[in-house]
Write a new protein. Sequence first.
Length: 209
Amino acid sequence: MNPAIWHVMLGLGFNPAGIGALAWQDADQLSGTLAGEFDGVLRPPLTMYGGWYDAHNAVLADVSLVRFSTVTYSDTSSKDAIGATRLGIDYRRYLPEAEAGAGHVDLYGQVGAYGILPNAVDTSEAYTEEDQASADEAAGEIRARVSGIGARVGLGAGYRFGGADDAASATLGIRGALVVHRAQGTLETGTIVTVIALPEAALTLEFRR
């Protein structure tokens, strides 16, 4: 493979929820909005990513979006919406360089980062100014609960099959990482910062062209 030529990669990652998700729910650690990082909707067990790679490097990105919205049309219309957009990017370094063709294993190290952009709205024509101010404050608390940033670092390996030089191929592999997530909220008396570190393992299926 010519290291100066970039090729397209499209991948799927499968990270089964397992007993950890049940323990997380039993410990009442969900955001209560269904739009948080660990609620299972914004970041489901099966995720998709894509990007470009050459013999030494790969740059991969992923985007996910969730939104729950209720609009009432009557004498006093109202709107209640909660959502989030998650943007992630990863850099992969092959160790050693990724060979062309099929029938071999690719080894790599990977680092990545992501950010969650929250959205929460609660408006109604029936609200007084005080009601709307209270609703805006509650929506701000929800946005703080949903928002967050994170990073991960790990290793992976994949077996390449089904393609010759400069032809389409597929890779079936595994990936493990340590993920660190940071969230921040505002209290009446100050600011609360939550940092979560946890392991992540996934099965991967990647298609190259």
